[in-house]
Design a protein around this ligand. Structure first.
Ligand code: ADP
Length: 329
């Protein structure tokens, strides 16, 4: 019998009740029914007497050993600016300092709506394979980008892959991309919510010394409520949280410079979330037409409009992220 597409096969609330990949109930709880990872979790990753998860984790570990810092960007909802934040964080991180040229990579595993190619002006690029692995697209010599969007023949094509195929692709992205000799920072842009893609990513990245998750929200309750689920997911599966970014946080009028809260934080927004869950608040990025324009044209807001409030916020956020100590060391 054919598998159904994962969006149909996975109960809507499956991941809210996911026991977590480390749990003794992994793959066995009632909420695992229909999850594409169920058999993998239930078997502890065993196939033909070989622990597949362990083998694949080792391969991914080897492939990623030259990446110094790895960050997951998560959001509870689509449309809150997760890919905008991912791309502008990477562009800001890649800005050269006086005596250093940071090597940065972006991995877009948002299989449902890959917008990273547009945000780097790399639409139409097709991924190439060499004997070293998949070669990223290079936005700059020190900024490498890999996106599922590079594998679609037409940018308007929908990605309607089934669970196992999606999981296989994510695994390949983590294992088979050749990022060059080393990377200082890798930003992984994930789909919104807590889908089976997240479980796959977590399963593979748990042992790869990931720095942690950067969570993006907008100030309104509808976004913050979904972010609570995201935070609980991270806690359950053991991903450290680096902090929360509030995006679209007020609008600064380019003429009078007054700030208007277009999306009111009725329950305190990202700052309150950070207090409630005792996680760092990384900063607020205002709604700014220049942010949107930069994303549409594949430009860095910090480079092109360094004095804008959004750029100031972005620079401060990047500082906090790169100075964040792993595992509270
Ligand atoms: P997501 O990845 O969460 O679905 P996107 O990053 O694709 O969201 O952003 C959705 C839209 O909102 C894009 O057109 C983007 O340019 C715009 N946008 C995001 N953040 C801002 C901001 N701070 N100011 C202005 N426009 C923004």
């Amino acid at each position: 019998m054919e598998n159904k597409p994962s969006s149909e096969a996975v109960p809507e609330n499956a991941n809210e009740h996911c026991p977590g990949v480390e749990s003794q109930n992994a793959g066995k709880s009632s909420s695992c029914a229909g999850c594409p990872n169920q058999s993998l979790c239930a078997s502890g990753g065993m196939k033909n007497g070989i622990n597949q998860t362990a083998v694949e984790t080792e391969q991914i570990k080897e492939a990623m050993k030259s990446i110094k810092r790895k960050f997951l960007v998560l959001s509870g909802k689509g449309g809150v600016g997760k890919s905008t934040v991912s791309s502008q964080l990477a562009l800001t991180m890649a800005l050269c300092e006086k005596d250093s040229v940071p090597q940065v990579g972006v991995l877009d595993v948002d299989l449902c709506g890959p917008s990273i190619p547009t945000m780097f002006g790399l639409e139409g690029y097709q991924l190439h394979q060499s004997n070293l692995g998949w070669t990223p697209a290079y936005y700059e010599d020190n900024l490498a980008v890999v996106s599922i969007g590079f594998m679609l023949p037409n940018k308007d094509d929908a990605v309607i892959w089934r669970g196992p195929k999606k999981n296989g692709l994510i695994k390949q992205f983590l294992r088979d991309v050749y990022w060059g000799d080393y990377l200082d920072y890798l930003i992984i842009d994930t789909p919104p919510g807590t889908s089976d893609e997240h479980i796959t990513i977590v399963q593979y990245l748990k042992n790869v010394d990931i720095d942690g998750a950067i969570i993006v929200t907008t100030p309104q309750d509808v976004s913050c409520n979904d972010v609570r689920r995201e935070i609980n997911f991270c806690k359950k599966v053991g991903i450290p949280i680096i902090g929360i970014i509030e995006n679209m946080s007020g609008f600064v009028c380019p003429n009078c410079k007054n700030k208007a809260m277009i999306f009111k934080p009725t329950s305190g927004g990202g700052q309150q979330l950070a207090i409630d869950y005792e996680i760092p608040f990384l900063g607020s990025i205002p709604l700014d037409p220049m942010v949107m324009q930069s994303c549409e044209t594949g430009k860095s807001i910090v480079k092109d409009h360094p004095e804008s409030p959004a750029s100031q916020a972005m620079k401060e956020i990047v500082q906090k992220i790169i100075t964040h100590k792993k595992n509270n060391q």
